[in-house]
Each structure stands twice: as structure tokens, then as C-alpha cells.
Design a protein around this ligand. Sequence first.
Ligand code: C5P
Length: 317
Amino acid sequence: MTEAWGPDDDEPRPHRGPVKVRVPAKINLHLAVGPLRPDGYHELNTVYHAISLFDELTARRGDTLTLTMEGEGTGELELDESNLIIRAARALAARGRVPAYARLHLRKSIPLAGGLAGGSADAAATLIACDLLWGLGLSREELAEVGAQLGSDIPFLLHGGTALGTGHGEAVSPILARPTTWHWVVAIADGGLSTPAVYRELDRLRATDRPAPPVPLGGPDQLMAAMRQRDPEILGAALGNDLQAAALSLRPQLADVLKAGHEAGAIAGIVSGSGPTCVFLAADAAHAQEVAAELTAAKVCRAAVTARGPQPGARVI
Ligand code: C5P
């Protein structure tokens, strides 16, 4: 068996630890959902965007694999073998042919089952942290291959920024645009929504006599053209999400959140991914603060926080 790290000084070596990794949440600026595939996934054409709502994962050396956590979702999130962090660590250890030994600790801010890919973010952070801790030296592409087997959004969260996602979301290509910072308000809901349930609801709506109206937008191409113009009004008009009708069907109260954001003066608002988080575009940082304050006062969501995008993907800090 080849050693995962060799005697050569240029070869990656195990890290003494701790290794701390910060990872952002994602929103989808545009999410076009195609038909259900035989493998149970839907074909996607999406524009991913990483925003400044972060989880932090710390990996320390250990003689077994353990996971502890603090923050958002503590006591709710299972920390056993079903947790995506543990599954990511085991998949990486198998790929690198090393024992899956680490003490992992998660500091969570991204809400559970919120449509912000928090679970995938944590798995992406685990891949980066354990790769360094175990001295595997895998490339980001190799880590993305391991991640794609576990969650559709993991390759994007390794990557970050703004990127086009195809396949079931796992095939990511960066969007080369002049860097522009966009200002968002994130309305966090009470309780989550199950992603598979939202996709099933979309299929059900599409199979009925009166299917949900398709998103009346030009798709990812129009979205990317809008981004290049660096004008929030133009970007706002191009935002769209095919899963929104399904999320609203399962959680009708989300209509109140979207309405409140509109009344608070947001440029545009959509459900994030499969929801129930809603995100609103603001003109600048001060405007985002105002919209967040009004949304909080409207009492339509658990919390309304400001965020900026794009952000880098999972990175050692
Ligand atoms: O890949 P991820 O774990 O995020 O997917 C969770 C579930 O969401 C899948 O098992 C599937 O039911 C649904 N999904 C889908 N099409 C996609 C992505 C997810 O139907 N492109």
C-alpha cells in the first residue's frame, strides 16, 4: 500500500492540529428544476452564490472519530453516523486510505433544513479540515468528487463565489465576472423544510391539471447577464426559483414573509433553495440594515440578518 504521505519534503504531511475551517451558506440566485431523473435527482440549472453566514468546523487529532457541536440546532442535529460531517470524514478517510480518526467540533450559525445548504457546508468544511489534518493533500477537485457522492451542494461549497451548477447541482463552473458585492437580508424561519419533500411537491404540482406557473424569467443566462450590469434593480428582476411554488404550497405562511420584505422596501425577494429561508436583495449595506430591521419588527420570521455575497468557499482560518 502506498503511504498517504511520503518521506519527500514536498509531500503533504499530517497536521498536528487543530485545523479550523470556515464555510459559508449558499443561496440560489436562479434555480431552474428539470425533470425527475431515474436516479431520484432532478436535473438542475442553477446559479449558486455564497453569502456571509458561516459555520466553523475544528478538527483535532484523536484516536477515534467524534463530533460535538454548539450554536444553531444543538440538541436537534444528530451527531451519530447519520450526520453528514461523519459521513464526509469516513468517505475521505476511505479515499485517502487512512483511519478516520479525528475529534471534530462544529460551531453552527447556518439554520438546519433552511434551504441554505448548511449540512453540505459542514461536510465541505470537514473535507478541507480532515484533508489537512491527515496530510492527504487532495486537490479541491478531488475533494469535490468525494463530496458529490454525499450532497449536491458540497462541490459548490468547496468552491464558493458565484458559480453555475448543473447535473444534480454537483457540476460546478465558476462565473467570471468583475467582483461586485451584493447585499442581502436573510429571513430565517421557525422550523425547517425537508428538501426531498419540496422536490416531491414540485413534481406533484407539475402533474396536476393546474401546475404552478413556471418562473417567468429568462433563466441562468439572463441572471448572469444581469450580474454583469452590477445594478441591484436589474439583478433583482432576474432572480428566480422553480422550488418557490412548492415551498409556498407546503408552508403558505412564506407568502407573508415575501410580502413583508417587499413592504420593507427590498428590491426583490425569493425563497432560498428549497426554503423555508427567504432572501431579499438590498441596494447597499445601509438599505439591508433597514430592511432587516423592518422585517424583524413585522414578526413574520424567527430572525432577519444581513449578509454579503459572494464569499469564498470552505477555507482554513
Ligand atoms: O443532494 P442532496 O442531499 O442535497 O439531496 C437531497 C434530496 O433532494 C435528494 O435525495 C432528492 O430527493 C432531492 N434532490 C433532487 N434533485 C436535485 C437535488 C436534490 O430531487 N438536483
